[in-house]
Design a protein around this ligand. Structure first.
Ligand SMILES: [Zn+2]
Length: 248
């Protein structure tokens, strides 16, 4: 494998907080070796800063593709000694804030893109496009990311004034949920586990405020008729043609 040493200033596009050490290219993949930039880290229990390194270990994270090739960051991370005698923790692993979450195997920015694919296309279709875009992942993973986004509030949840209701594929051809979108801001606001009318009714009761509910043609046909929930909406417009609704 060819090894390139590039000046650090030539690689400003990796996540902030990392220093590039080496670039390892191969015909179908790119690996960047990096180290965390901060000289110290705060103990997660007592918040006291420490510079005393106990040991080092490697973390490999998937990252955004470069020039159509999947890319990985191999980070030489550190475990620090907590120097606070009153703290019960002896050592701690540094947090890669702004790069990735604890125990995650990908960067936050790659996760954000994949989450959008999952929200927009569902599991299997999203995974196919992700592979085509050199961000390979599984359909199940995309679904987990989409659901986690909804539960964590990353996807804004207040009921929009103009609410769009459409099918959303957990697994295309097998299992569908319901996607709810703010059609004025053109963003997905929530994902429901199924496409049953009662599930939508419950959501509408929990999120009052929608003035107009737009159901797309295919989902309005699959819903079991005009439900009490939809009738309670101030105005229902159904059978509009599907349009693109972005997320994030
Ligand atoms: Zn501590």
């Amino acid at each position: 494998m060819e090894v390139l040493s590039l000046p650090k200033r030539l690689l400003p596009l990796i996540p902030a907080g990392l220093l590039v050490q080496q670039v390892l290219p191969s015909p179908d993949h790119l690996t960047i070796l990096a180290t965390p930039r901060p000289p110290s880290a705060a103990c997660p229990d007592c918040a006291v800063l420490s510079r005393r390194v106990h040991s080092r270990y490697d973390r490999t994270l998937g990252d955004l593709p470069w020039q159509g090739r999947p890319m990985s960051l191999r980070i030489r991370a550190r475990r620090f000694l907590c120097l606070n005698p009153a703290c019960s923790r002896r050592t701690f692993a540094e947090r890669l804030t702004g790069v990735t979450a604890v125990a995650s195997r990908q960067t936050e920015r790659l996760g954000g893109v994949q989450r959008c694919l999952g929200l927009a296309l569902g599991g299997e279709a999203g995974a196919r496009l992700a592979r085509r875009l050199a961000m390979p992942t599984s359909g199940d993973t995309l679904l987990r990311m989409a659901c986690a986004a909804g539960k964590s509030g990353e996807v804004p949840r207040p009921a929009p004034r103009v609410l769009g209701v459409d099918d959303w594929a957990w697994r295309r051809g097998h299992r569908y949920g319901t996607a709810l979108a703010d059609l004025e801001r053109n963003v997905v606001v929530d994902l429901l586990q199924d496409r049953q009318a009662e599930t939508l009714a419950t959501w509408l009761r929990q999120h009052p405020g929608a003035e107009v509910v737009l159901t797309f043609k295919r989902s309005s046909q699959r819903l079991s008729g005009p439900t009490a929930a939809l009738r309670r909406a101030p105005r229902l417009v159904s059978s509009i043609r599907a349009s693109s609704v972005a997320c994030c």
